[in-house]
Design a protein around this ligand. Sequence first.
Ligand SMILES: Cc1cc2nc3c(=O)[nH]c(=O)nc-3n(C[C@H](O)[C@H](O)[C@H](O)COP(=O)(O)OP(=O)(O)OC[C@H]3O[C@@H](n4cnc5c(N)ncnc54)[C@H](O)[C@@H]3O)c2cc1C
Length: 392
Amino acid sequence: MHFELSEEQQMVVDSVRAFVEQEMMPHEEAVEQSGRLDPELRAQIRQKAIANGFYSAGMPEELGGGGLDQLTLALMNRELGRTSYAMQMQCGRPSNILQACVGAQREEYLLPAVRGDRVDCLALTEPDAGSDLRGMQCRAQRDGDDYVLNGTKHFISHADEADFAIVFAATGEVQTDDELVKRSGPRKKITAFLVDKGSPGFTVRDGYQSVSHRGYHNCILEFDHCRVPAGKILGEEHKGFDVANEWLASTRLEVAATCLGRADRALDIALNWAAERKQFGQSIGKYQGVSFKLADMKMRYEAAEMMTLRCAWKDDQGTASDSDYAMAKLMSSEMLAYVADEAIQILGGMGLMADFPLERIWRDARVERIWDGTSEIQRHIISRNMLRPLGA
Ligand SMILES: Cc1cc2nc3c(=O)[nH]c(=O)nc-3n(C[C@H](O)[C@H](O)[C@H](O)COP(=O)(O)OP(=O)(O)OC[C@H]3O[C@@H](n4cnc5c(N)ncnc54)[C@H](O)[C@@H]3O)c2cc1C
């Protein structure tokens, strides 16, 4: 077992870090102030990311992607995590679930998405179906060669920037009669569809104002008798969750790696402040009340980093379980919440001012314990994996 980065991995880390510092960080504040990333600037950053080989870095080379393994991708996402989502997402696309595209879908969705010509968004969550996705109401009914979609999705990230959506809808009901069905209604068979923006009956509306992620918006998607050809099913009918489980577990790894970058930046700011800020005639870092905070922040950061990179390594070996992804996401997102909060404490009042990126990191950190499965759901996954072999 060895823990050193290869030369190639170190090169990726250095070049992504330089890109983030030169091309992204200078624009962060303007985006925070205005709540939007200027479309021209967005296109410019994306083009540079493509030219540098950062865009689609995790996609296989034969599809035109960078072919990075999960460990190197996690290191890259850690670096991207040092900036805001509005910036970072100009690099980190497309959703790897598009690798489930077959036949004509590859030319129409997968390859343009890898090139950066078309942008996807992923639509699972509904107003009445968050953690309980099998209870979703959005449905797709077969009608000749088409399916007819009706329903609403909400909290859908960057649907305003996207050209098409990967939409999960109910195409049937599972015939069981257990407690859960009695309590919450029929469990659904779910199918994933590729739906173009501009399709009749498909509307994208502005979503909610969120405390996190200025310039990276969430949207509401409405489907009103929207016809989608059967050829636009991603995977197989009723097998939407199989596709999601195959490809989306690693998005938890992406969240975990992103949290590392955010925490690392917060820790840097707090450390420098502790060394330079003087009160009662000496650096505040000389007071144990502050220095012990730094020690705990660093220790938790390193633990989360280990767990995240180990999960990425296991993913590359094909041995990562859903519990590994859950632990990495849980550990890293909770570490970030702690580090961001303590960093603000070390800066005192200045920590809350927009003069430093800390208040943004603190705000943005909040969502990481909610999206891609809440902390409670991650704990459920981890404990289920422990208890199930014992028959409990
Ligand atoms: C900014 C933002 C962007 C998002 N982007 C997307 C996106 O692009 N695409 C998409 O599909 N979704 C997206 N989401 C949705 C996100 O994945 C959901 O918010 C998340 O899955 C939780 O669902 P919910 O908010 O409905 O909470 P709920 O499921 O209603 O949960 C509420 C609370 O109850 C707890 N709870 C629920 N069930 C259990 C249980 N069985 N055991 C213990 N506790 C439980 C939860 O942990 C939570 O604390 C986004 C959300 C946000 C906030």
